[in-house]
Design a protein around this ligand. Structure first.
Ligand SMILES: [Zn+2]
Length: 306
């Protein structure tokens, strides 16, 4: 099932867009086929401020954020995950303002034991785009309530895109900052060993049981019907799984060959990402005894188990 994404989005780079009385978003100048129109940095508060995902280490973006902060105080920097387009600017902002950097932990913080085993023993590739210099002042855990300024912000651990991925919920207002877990312009990249499809599906199921009414994602427009999008993404991944299984039911194939068979009208610039997504599915299917292979790598052949 194809998901209908709203890809009409033309944010003005650096211009704060007012989303709520106490919330703006500032878009960074890093648009690309992987980041869509650029990273969305959210600034919450009216007097003391909190920023969610300051973005890439980009001087222009830093200057736009500092201009918006003005004479006010930035107290906290919340990170949904440690990809290079989300967390690096936290260091410069902290140096300038003294704000605390809050996140879940290192990129491999919550890797499953199977994924840890694969990553340590095999040439799995991946690990692209990780912020290797991440420093946190405070590590948070699932369902922790952060009392920051006048806000109660719940931590929702959503591993899958990255094992340290979290969403932040303003529970009373039914608002979720969804990072790269659920976005409105495309499904997220799942690249093993950082990306884990089994965990990702669990995180989508978790969100499907929550009642937030609006998602503010790391890229693209706000999602006004987020539950519908979460359910559509679950269905989409299940369909993809069926397509992959059927493409290897008679002959074994590599992830690249599977992509050529099942991704229709793929932008050639996204083929590498699609291969990583297929590998993520194959690892998940292997863990569930549905596919077999003699090695785990991008060039290995996979076949359907009997
Ligand atoms: Zn990311």
């Amino acid at each position: 099932m194809a998901i209908s994404f709203d890809t009409k989005h033309n944010p003005i780079i650096g211009k704060p867009e007012q989303l709520e009385d106490d919330l703006v978003v500032i878009t960074a100048d890093n648009a690309s086929p992987m980041t869509f129109t650029g990273t969305r940095s959210y600034v919450l508060g009216t007097d003391n401020l909190i920023i969610i995902d300051p973005g890439p280490d980009n001087t222009q973006h830093f200057n736009f954020i500092m201009k918006y902060i003005g004479k006010r105080k930035l107290t906290d920097i919340l990170l949904t995950h440690s990809h290079l387009d989300h967390s690096p600017l936290s260091r410069r902002l902290k140096d300038e303002t003294g704000a605390s950097i809050i996140g879940f932990g290192s990129a491999d913080e919550a890797r499953t034991s199977f994924m840890k085993k694969l990553s340590s023993s095999l040439d799995l590739g991946g690990e692209e785009g990780i912020d290797k210099y991440l420093v946190l002042d405070e590590k948070v855990v699932e369902n922790q309530i952060l009392k920051l300024n006048n806000y109660s912000i719940e931590v929702v651990h959503t591993p899958g895109h990255l094992s340290n991925h979290i969403c932040f919920s303003l529970k009373e207002r039914k608002i979720l900052f969804s990072g790269d877990h659920v976005m409105g312009w495309a499904t997220t990249l799942i690249s093993p060993p950082d990306g884990d499809l089994g965990s990702f599906m669990g995180s989508l199921e978790k969100l499907s049981k929550r009642d937030e009414k609006i998602y503010y994602p790391g890229h693209g427009k706000s999602l006004r019907e987020p539950k519908q999008m979460v359910l559509a993404q679950i269905a989409h991944r299940r369909d993809r799984e069926k397509q992959i299984l059927s493409s290897i039911s008679k002959i074994s194939r590599t992830p690249s060959e599977i992509v050529d068979e099942v991704y229709i009208d793929l932008n050639p610039m996204l083929k590498a990402a699609a291969i990583r997504n297929v590998l993520a599915h194959l690892i998940d299917l292997y863990e569930r005894d549905k596919v077999s292979t003699d090695k785990f790598s991008q060039t290995a052949k996979f076949s359907k188990s009997n």
